[in-house]
Ligand binder design. Structure first.
Ligand code: MG
Length: 156
């Protein structure tokens, strides 16, 4: 078995949709990024790539590539799950935490698990937790959002 850790953060900006865990969440600002800025999917992607020992998200999805401009991060996650299979591993478990001061994410967690299942990670093998940073730091001040993920891969 292998474990991996992933971390990501994105700045909040006007005129962007807020997409977290593949879910479009109504809010007055969204996460800025070359892709859709999905901070949770990016943390999960990096945890899987880390467990595979294959570098990081920037190596597999360079932000200089037009192909990944406004790309769906769920599609990127699917590619990484397929890469894990090609390397002889299955994703056995993901645990994750999203840090966001606003909006409240708890009501969207089941939809996020459903969206992530479309990337080939069944909803029964993903846990998503949502927390605020109690007004402290860049998350607390509403400048951005962050996410952590750990994964367990098992040899097929
Ligand atoms: Mg990112």
């Amino acid at each position: 078995m292998r474990t991996g850790i992933g971390y990501d953060s994105h700045r909040l900006a006007e005129g962007r949709r807020l997409i977290i865990g593949g879910v479009d969440i109504p809010f007055e600002r969204g996460l800025l990024g070359h892709s859709d800025g999905d901070v949770l999917c990016h943390a999960i992607i990096d945890s899987i790539i880390g467990a595979l020992g294959l570098g990081d998200i920037g190596r597999h999805f360079p932000d200089t590539e037009p192909e990944w401009k406004n790309a769906s991060s769920v599609d990127m996650l699917r590619q990484v799950v397929d890469l894990a299979h090609a390397e002889g591993f299955e994703v056995s478990w993901i645990d994750s935490t999203v840090l966001a001061e606003r909006p409240r994410l708890a009501p969207h967690i089941d939809s996020m698990k459903e969206a992530i299942s479309r990337a080939g990670i069944p909803s029964g093998t993903v846990n998503i937790k949502a927390k605020t940073d109690e007004g402290m730091g860049f998350v607390g001040k509403g400048e951005g959002m962050a996410a952590y993920a750990v994964c367990l891969l098992n040899k097929l």
